[in-house]
Write a protein that binds this ligand. Structure first.
Ligand code: ZN
Length: 246
């Protein structure tokens, strides 16, 4: 049930007819896992918290560094050296004490991924490497949990929503694990923008309205301010979700 405080706090979004009190209740009952508390994960968890998603799990295995602060907006100077999930959870608890924020300081591995995401309504990709993304993608397919992928590089970003069994998974989209240098350039604005698109998808998916960014990748080019799309096709031979596994 929504409390009097809930009705006041979320008044302006409850006014949106497709959400209403019914959708707000669904958000309150939802559990979302934010995998990675970097640029994407900080902004995503901030807006999930604002929106009133009832249970938010934050998972990361890193500690805050000064070089994170240009984009990881939940970590402050005083948090340098602190475990990222705890630094983020502290700020979120001050913003919205009516939701449950669960910090988990752990590295996601092939062994623990399914256990970490079990029971979640969806997983937000806030990761900075494809190796872990593929582990989480595989676990999401196995558990049947939607996975909202986001990625950034400099002023470029991408986002797509994966519904296991129905739409192309990350391994369909990237047959090979993309290789990259250890440190990519990135501005703060790019992960902020992509994370907010991810949360827009999350809100619609959880509350059950609107159309989703499935079977297509949205690309953002901040240099030219172009938003473009690429259609994605499920790979029947996909090593993760294919019906004819190779
Ligand atoms: Zn696949």
């Amino acid at each position: 049930m929504l409390t009097k405080n809930d009705l006041a706090r979320y008044e302006r979004q409850i006014l949106y007819p497709d959400l209403g009190e019914k959708g707000q209740k669904r958000l309150k009952q939802s559990q979302v896992v934010v995998a990675g508390l970097g640029g994407l994960g900080c902004s995503a968890s901030l807006y999930l918290t604002c929106a009133g998603v009832g249970h938010v799990t934050l998972i990361d295995c890193d500690r805050v560094e000064l070089s994170n602060l240009n984009r990881q907006v939940l970590h402050y100077e005083e948090d340098i050296g602190e475990k990222k999930p705890f630094s983020a959870a502290q700020k979120l608890a001050k913003l919205n004490s009516s939701i449950e924020v669960i910090p988990v300081f752990k590295k996601i591995t092939a062994q623990n991924a399914s256990k970490i995401i079990k029971g979640a309504n969806l997983v937000i990709d806030g990761m900075d490497n494809f190796k872990t993304r593929f582990i989480v993608n595989k676990a999401c397919v196995a558990e049947g949990i939607p996975f909202i992928h986001g990625g950034v590089h400099g002023l470029f970003g991408e986002v797509t929503t994966i519904l296991p069994g129905r739409t192309p998974c990350l391994a369909c989209i990237f047959p090979e694990v993309p290789q990259r240098k250890v440190s990519l350039p990135v501005f703060g604005v790019t992960p902020a923008l992509i994370a907010i698109l991810q949360v827009t998808e999350a809100i619609k998916l959880l509350a059950g309205f609107g159309s989703l960014l499935t079977e297509k990748m949205l690309y953002f080019n901040g240099d030219t301010m172009d938003f473009t799309f690429r259609n994605l096709v499920k790979n029947q031979n996909c090593r993760v979700c294919g019906t004819k596994k190779v």
